[in-house]
Design a protein around this ligand. Structure first.
Ligand code: GLN
Length: 189
């Protein structure tokens, strides 16, 4: 299998070490590639879209002509800004910002507000307990009925899955746990 990490912007190297750790735990060896151009989207079985700034991601994806190719990837794991990019509806959407609509949810950018710009909190997920690191995180305000909630925090979903696509509003690559990366690797294997 070929797993890509979108490397236009954001927390890329942490995802790569987490992916490597997850593969070690699962006893599998997949190919990991950094994705910066649309040609590199072809042949991917899965892609991680890291955190960063969703508006910048959006502009760069348009500029590189990558939006269409992204829609064809069998499974995508979006974290924080990546979760915003794969949602159906962005609340507080910046001018011209696009979303891929892969997960039927409405997500509010910077939804935890200034006071809670960044915080850490234990999360109980269906994949076990982990330390949730939230950095200017979005809030998932609504999910459609086809969306499975994998974890909640203060009554709001913070990890969701629809079909093969997964999104977390926290940064699992900073949590000290590889559970979400293992889960993503196992989908459709
Ligand atoms: N607030 C950022 C955005 O709107 C996301 C922050 C993050 O990815 N850590 O894109």
């Amino acid at each position: 299998m070929n797993i890509g990490v979108l490397a236009l912007q954001g927390a890329v190297s942490e995802h790569i070490s987490c992916l490597k750790g997850a593969m070690e735990k699962l006893g599998i060896a997949e190919n990991i590639s950094l994705v910066r151009e649309k040609e590199e989207l072809g042949g991917l079985d899965g892609l991680i879209i890291p955190g960063g700034e969703s508006t910048t991601h959006s502009l760069l994806l348009e500029k590189e002509g990558m939006v269409e190719g992204l829609g064809k990837i069998p499974k995508i794991f979006g974290t924080c800004a990546g979760a915003i990019l794969i949602s159906r509806e962005i609340i507080g959407q910046a001018n011209g910002q696009k979303s891929l609509g892969l997960i039927d949810m409405a997500i509010s950018r910077n939804g935890y507000g200034r006071q809670l710009d960044s915080f850490q909190s234990p999360i109980e997920s269906s994949l076990g307990k982990l330390d949730g690191v939230f950095i200017r995180a979005p809030v998932i305000e609504r999910v459609g009925e086809k969306v499975e909630v994998l974890a909640e925090h203060r009554g709001k979903p913070v990890a969701v899955q629809q079909g093969k696509h997964v999104a977390t509003t926290f940064h699992p690559e900073l949590s000290g746990s590889t559970a979400f990366h293992e889960h993503f690797l196992r989908i459709d294997r």
